[in-house]
Ligand binder design. Structure first.
Ligand SMILES: Nc1nc2c(c(=O)[nH]1)N[C@@H](CN(C=O)c1ccc(C(=O)N[C@@H](CCC(=O)O)C(=O)O)cc1)CN2
Length: 275
């Protein structure tokens, strides 16, 4: 068996062409506001990648950069201003924020209609209940990728490794909504290798380089790696997998580009709904 490569980079590029056509139909250019707090170089790179993607599809962006000493109150005030700015149709608060900030309070201050990154508690709840909501960007991008490659989900056993509010938990909810049987594993899971060995679909969403070993994964599984670490490593070790699994996301070029694509797609949807 030769694994199908779930090429997120190519799919994101293809989808950007369609997004551009939809943007061109709008009278007012959609604007995504990005908020970067502090000076983490990776976060700055990811925000710049999002701003660049907006530009490629003809959308505008408003970049807000705040110092690492910013307080929760100051960040809440910035979010409030953007909530009330009729030109802004989506707000992205880059995670992580510096430790003195109550990140959850700040995420939850984003107006639900502008929560295009799917980070609010209300958005999560609505999505989990199967109601209209923008999904958290990385799991939403993964779902688009799986759909594009016609990966069958209904009735399959998915194991999500990681339970973070913007990745593992919403990923599990989305797979459940797609009729998977879902197991969530995390740092306290005692039999991780056994759980992974029973998975038809494995999602690495734990943020630890190659924590998931290739030989735990069963033949014919679908392997989705949401991790990205120094040296191009993901959360999942890939040694020999390409000859025995059904499909695998590359790192880089798999989930990452689909995260950004989900964000800009949802920003456009927000603009279309607000128009
Ligand atoms: N508010 C949010 N914060 C964070 C999110 C998020 O979805 N919303 N996700 C991650 C980081 N992230 C986006 O913010 C992100 C990470 C990596 C990539 C990506 O495309 N990576 C490339 C490789 C990197 C490169 O080329 O430099 C790839 O995988 O091909 C996109 C987005 C944490 N924070």
């Amino acid at each position: 068996m030769t694994a199908q490569i779930l090429d997120g980079k190519a799919l994101a590029k293809q989808r950007e062409q369609m997004l551009k056509q939809r943007v061109d139909l709008l009278e007012q250019k959609p604007v995504l506001a990005t908020i970067l707090v502090g000076d983490d170089p990776s976060s700055a790179t990811y925000v710049q990648m999002k701003i660049n993607a907006c530009g490629r599809v003809g959308m505008g962006s408003r970049s807000v950069e705040l110092p690492s000493t910013t307080t929760t109150e100051q960040l809440l005030a910035t979010i409030d201003e953007l909530n009330n700015d009729s030109q802004v149709c989506g707000i992205l608060l880059q995670h992580p924020v510096p430790p003195q900030i109550d990140e959850r309070a700040c995420f939850d201050a984003i107006d639900i209609t502008k929560d295009v990154d799917g980070v609010t508690t209300q958005g999560f709840g609505r999505m989990a209940m199967g109601e209209q909501a923008f999904g958290s960007a990385t799991p939403a991008g993964i779902m688009t990728l799986l759909k594009h490659y016609d990966i069958q989900l209904s009735g399959k056993h998915a194991v999500v490794v990681g339970r973070s509010p913007i990745l593992g938990k919403p990923m599990a909810a989305m797979l459940l909504n797609a009729n998977c049987t879902v197991t969530i594993c995390h740092s306290r899971t005692e039999d991780l290798a056994d759980q992974i060995g029973r998975a038809d679909i494995v999602v690495g969403a734990v943020g630890k380089p190659e924590l998931i070993r290739a030989d735990w994964i069963k033949d014919g599984a679908v392997v989705v790696d949401a991790g990205y670490h120094q040296g191009g490593l993901g959360d999942i070790e890939k040694d020999g997998l390409e000859n025995r699994v059904a499909a695998v996301t590359p790192v880089p070029g798999g989930v990452g580009p689909m995260t950004i694509n989900a964000l800009i797609s949802q920003t456009l949807e927000s603009a279309e709904l607000l128009a």
